[in-house]
Design a protein around this ligand. Structure first.
Ligand code: ZN
Length: 173
C-alpha cells in the first residue's frame, strides 16, 4: 500500500527496496505488474488519491438480492437506489455552508498550514520553485501541476501550489 500511495518516484523506489529486502520473490512478483496500473507515482490520470474499489463494493452490497430479478426490474431497482442515494447526499449537501465539501475544506486548510513553512520563488511566467524541509518542488499554476504530484492527483492545489499562489496573494479557491 505504501508503494501504491507514494506519489514521488523516489519514495516509490525506497518502498520497493524495502519490499525487496523483506522478500525478493514478492518484489519480483509485484514488478511484473505494470507500475502505471497500480502505483500513484506512475499513474497518468486523476485518482484523487483513491486506490480501492470500496465505493463500488458498497454499491454492490446495496444491490444485494436485486441480482436475482429480471433485467428490467434490476434496472428499475438500481435507478430507485441511485435516486435515494442522490437525494440523501443532496439533503446533506444543502446543510453545508462552505465553498467546498467539508473533506475538501479540511484538506485545503491542512495544505495552507503546510504552505506557511515553505519558501516560494517565481522562476517563470507561471512556474514557481518551492522549497520545503526535504524537497524542492516545481509548481506550474497554469498547467495545475506540481512535482509532488498532489496537485494533479487531488485536483486541488497542494501546499506547494498554495505557497506559490501566496506570492501574488492569489486565492487557492
Ligand atoms: Zn506540490
Amino acid at each position: 500500500m505504501n508503494a501504491a500511495y507514494s506519489l514521488r518516484e523516489g519514495a516509490f523506489k525506497d518502498v520497493m527496496e524495502s519490499i525487496k529486502t523483506m522478500s525478493k520473490s514478492a518484489e519480483k512478483w509485484i514488478s511484473k505488474i505494470p507500475k502505471q496500473n497500480w502505483a500513484s507515482a506512475y499513474f497518468e490520470g486523476s485518482r484523487y488519491n483513491v486506490l480501492t474499489t470500496n465505493a463500488t463494493e458498497s454499491f454492490n452490497a446495496l444491490l444485494k438480492g436485486a441480482r436475482e430479478l429480471p433485467i428490467a426490474a434490476l434496472v428499475e431497482q438500481t435507478r430507485w437506489k441511485l435516486s435515494d442515494f442522490f437525494q440523501y447526499r443532496q439533503k446533506a449537501g444543502r446543510k453545508w455552508t462552505t465553498r467546498l465539501t467539508p473533506n475538501a475544506e479540511d484538506w485545503l486548510a491542512e495544505q495552507c498550514i503546510l504552505a506557511g513553512a515553505y519558501m516560494a520563488h517565481q522562476c517563470g511566467w507561471t512556474v514557481y520553485e518551492v522549497k520545503s524541509k526535504y524537497h524542492v518542488d516545481e509548481v506550474d499554476l497554469e498547467k495545475k501541476t506540481c512535482t509532488c504530484r498532489l496537485f494533479q492527483t487531488m485536483g486541488m492545489p497542494c501546499s506547494h501550489a498554495i505557497a506559490a499562489m501566496g506570492l501574488d496573494q492569489r486565492d487557492p479557491y
